[in-house]
Unconditional design. Structure first.
Length: 291
């Protein structure tokens, strides 16, 4: 398996976790088509080899690969061991590896398994962000971008039942994105959370296998499997836009790939209002203090 990449291309390279399948495979292809070199990580060795070969044949870019299961202890150490010097750190990181983990009402699930769902969906991402930010702040100053793939209906008015582990982990990731944004503000590091919508991936298969206990999510998953849902290209195009120079300074936000495309196409308006694309706040503008 090829695990080499010319470090001279770091300024135009993106790490993509979960990059061999699903939404992130499409994101990887989209970025490669725009001239980005890739460092693809995935726990599925055949899919990783196949995707890397497919992208190399389609685009004139380098594709490094790393077989990695982010649920396992030491996986993040292994990932960043590939970048031993701060100036070798890729300029972008797309955190896309995820699954539903344990599904079912909280009252019925095995709680130890419920907790383990956070290893992939929250803790591995938090550790990757920590390590990436450390490297970035120790290295040469250049614009860097982290995109965290959200989910769990975070941007919806409807709450998905029987998905508590996944949904809570994704909600925690969004708050982490907001906090890290404040901590790195002024250092040239942008970090955002992107909601891709319900896309036909292996997670849809997980939801269908869980059955009607998931309520509306089960019905929506069946619809997606029959040809509905959001195309993965929608998220891929949004990620590519976030990585453009015009979006430098857009940070700490929660975007919907489906609904916020027009807004991100005019990033100056987004940058002018730091309260846009954040979770709703209770503030004086809405709930003015009585005089």
């Amino acid at each position: 398996m090829n695990a080499r990449l010319d470090r001279a291309n770091a300024a135009r390279t993106a790490i993509v976790t979960g990059g061999a399948k699903g939404i992130c495979r499409v994101i990887s292809d989209q970025l490669a088509g725009l001239g980005w070199h890739l460092w693809l990580c995935d726990r599925d060795a055949p899919a990783l080899d196949e995707t890397a070969t497919w992208i190399r044949e389609r685009h004139a870019v380098e594709v490094g690969t790393q077989l990695l299961d982010l649920r396992e202890p030491g996986a993040v150490d292994a990932l960043f061991a590939a970048f031993t010097k701060p100036d070798e750190l890729p300029s972008a990181m797309i955190c896309g590896a995820a699954d539903y983990g344990v599904l079912g009402p909280l009252a019925t699930v095995d709680f130890a398994a419920w907790k383990r769902s956070f290893d992939l969906n929250f803790f591995s991402v938090a550790e990757m962000i920590q390590r990436y930010v450390r490297h970035a702040m120790a290295g040469p100053r250049r614009r860097r971008s982290i995109v965290v793939m959200g989910g769990g209906g975070l941007g919806s008015a409807q709450v998905a039942v029987a998905t508590a582990a996944y949904s809570c982990a994704k909600a925690a990731l969004n708050r982490l994105v907001e906090v890290v944004h404040e901590e790195v503000n002024g250092h040239g590091i942008d970090i955002n959370c992107l909601l891709p919508g319900l896309v036909n991936t292996g997670m849809v298969d997980q939801a269908i296998a869980a059955g009607p206990v998931l309520g509306p999510l089960y019905e929506a998953s069946l619809e997606v499997k029959s040809g509905g849902g959001t195309p993965p290209e929608t998220a891929a195009e949004f990620v590519a836009q976030l990585l453009t120079d015009g979006c430098g300074g857009v940070s700490g936000r929660l975007f919907s790939a489906k609904w916020d495309r027009k807004a991100i196409a005019a990033p100056e308006a987004v940058k002018a209002n730091p309260d846009l694309f954040r979770l709703r706040r209770i503030d004086d503008d809405l709930f003015g203090k009585k005089k």
